[in-house]
Structure formats: structure tokens, C-alpha cells
Design a protein. Structure first.
Length: 266
């Protein structure tokens, strides 16, 4: 475990060197957040009774989504991992006395956490914004207590799904195709574009049993109060289930892929 913590720490420190990139992400987060908030305000002013979520729940959902955008981004990939497979540098990774899955998992976690830490100051601003533009506190302390483990589990499910993307690199000539497909799918299926309650009921029924529902959808709706009480507890159990399944699947498919790896050249 100490080895993985060391990898996490090294990657975290390395990621914090890109301060200008992180600063630009804060500005873009505010820009996108305001656009989404204003768009939903326009819809709610027409007939607020026709929507499945309260306005303050939607506003909190959108702002928190922008703050935790990188943490829950499936396509926030590590270019060094992709390059190592494409160029054959994976050979150096394989001779290290650390399991490759655990090493890459730690790197993926660290990069997300580092960029998220630099976006946390956004919370100060969005909490100070006047109603209805600002973010609200959770309805009660129970919601916040449920939100914290749900956020960690959602990030774990996201990273474990990303690991399946990395395994796919072993079977493709170019990672670009996989990347584009995942962007198109996860932007919609995780609730990043439209929260699940706004989708048709039949589509919700399907999506709520898939691993995408265990990603940002769960913690954002728990924080806003849209999922509460026993439903929040069941949601966390649901996240634990998919985290175990995806990690097991990732380790299995990576072990199979590594048995067939051929590195050419001297």
C-alpha cells in the first residue's frame, strides 16, 4: 500500500505544477456554471411546477458539478499512460515491482484530486452569490454525511471505468477512437449534460442500473436533496457494487492483455 501512496503523492505533486492550466479551468468552470444556471432559470420561470427537481436543487447540482468536474470526468486521461503503450515504453512499466493496474489506478486518482483541489475555491464564490443564482447548503446534516462517501465512491467508479479505457489501448492502434466514443457516451449517460430526473422515465429505468448512475449522478443528487434517506443509503450500496465489479473486470482484462503484449525494437 505504501508503494501506491508514494505513486499517488508523486503524481499529485507533478500535477500541481500546471497552475495556469488549473487557473483557466476555474474561469471556464464559472463561465459554464453561469450559462447552465441562467438556462435553467429561464426554463423554470415559464412553469416551475412541470419540473422533477426543485430549482435550488438544480442550481446546487450544476455548481457542484463544475467544482468537481475533473474528479468525475471519465475522459480525464493520462497522456503518459497512453503514450507508454503506443511507443512500447510499457516495457519499463512491466519490469517495475508494482502491479500495473494499481500503479495506473493511483496515477489516475492523483491527477483528478490535484486538479479538483485547485477548483475548490469556487465554492466560496458560488455560496456567496445571491438567490437564486448561488449554491445552497444540503437540506440537513444527514445529506452531507451521505454525500462525502458517495463522492469518494463516485470518483472510484469513474477511475475504474477509465481503467477499462486504458486496457482498450492494448487492442487498438490509436486511442483516439475510444476517446471520442467515451466522450459522447459518458457526457449523456452520467448526467453531466442533463440530470437523470429530467430524462424520460423508461430511459431512467435503464440508466439507473448501469455503472454510469453510480458516478456523478449519485453524489450530486444526494447533496442537492433529490435523493434522500433510505434511497441515499441504497445509492451508496449501489456504488460499492459497481466499484467492485469494475475493478475486478479491469484487473481481469488487464491480466489477459498483458499476457499478449509484444514490444518490438531494442
Amino acid at each position: 500500500m505504501n508503494k501506491y501512496l508514494a505513486i499517488f503523492r508523486i503524481r499529485f505533486i507533478s500535477s500541481t505544477q500546471y497552475r495556469m492550466v488549473m487557473l483557466s479551468l476555474i474561469f471556464t468552470g464559472f463561465a459554464w456554471g453561469f450559462m447552465l444556471v441562467l438556462a435553467y432559470l429561464a426554463f423554470y420561470r415559464t412553469n416551475p411546477d412541470n419540473f422533477p427537481m426543485e430549482l435550488h436543487e438544480v442550481i446546487s447540482y450544476m455548481w457542484l458539478q463544475q467544482v468537481l468536474l475533473i474528479l468525475f470526468s471519465v475522459v480525464f486521461s493520462d497522456s503518459e499512460i497512453e503514450t507508454s503503450v503506443e511507443t512500447g515504453a510499457i516495457a519499463y512499466e512491466l519490469v517495475r515491482p508494482v502491479a500495473l493496474y494499481g500503479r495506473w489506478f493511483s496515477r489516475a486518482w492523483a491527477g483528478r484530486v490535484a486538479f479538483t483541489v485547485f477548483r475548490l475555491p469556487m465554492l466560496v464564490v458560488v455560496f456567496l452569490l445571491p438567490a437564486p443564482y448561488g449554491m445552497s447548503l444540503p437540506p440537513d446534516i444527514f445529506q452531507f454525511i451521505m454525500f462525502v462517501p458517495s463522492m469518494v465512491l463516485a470518483a472510484g467508479v469513474t477511475v475504474s471505468f477509465t481503467m477499462l479505457m486504458y486496457v482498450a489501448i492494448f487492442y487498438t492502434i490509436s486511442f483516439g477512437g475510444v476517446y471520442v466514443l467515451v466522450i459522447a457516451a459518458t457526457a449523456f449517460l452520467t448526467g453531466a449534460v442533463i440530470p437523470f430526473p429530467f430524462l424520460p422515465s423508461r430511459l431512467q429505468t435503464v440508466l439507473e442500473v448501469l455503472p454510469f448512475a453510480a458516478m456523478q449522478n449519485m453524489p450530486l443528487r444526494i447533496y442537492s436533496g433529490n435523493i434522500a434517506g433510505a434511497d441515499a443509503v441504497r445509492g451508496i450500496i449501489f456504488q460499492c457494487f459497481w466499484l467492485i465489479v469494475l475493478v475486478a473486470a479491469g484487473r481481469f482484462f488487464m491480466s489477459r492483455a498483458l499476457k499478449k503484449v509484444i514490444v518490438q525494437g531494442g
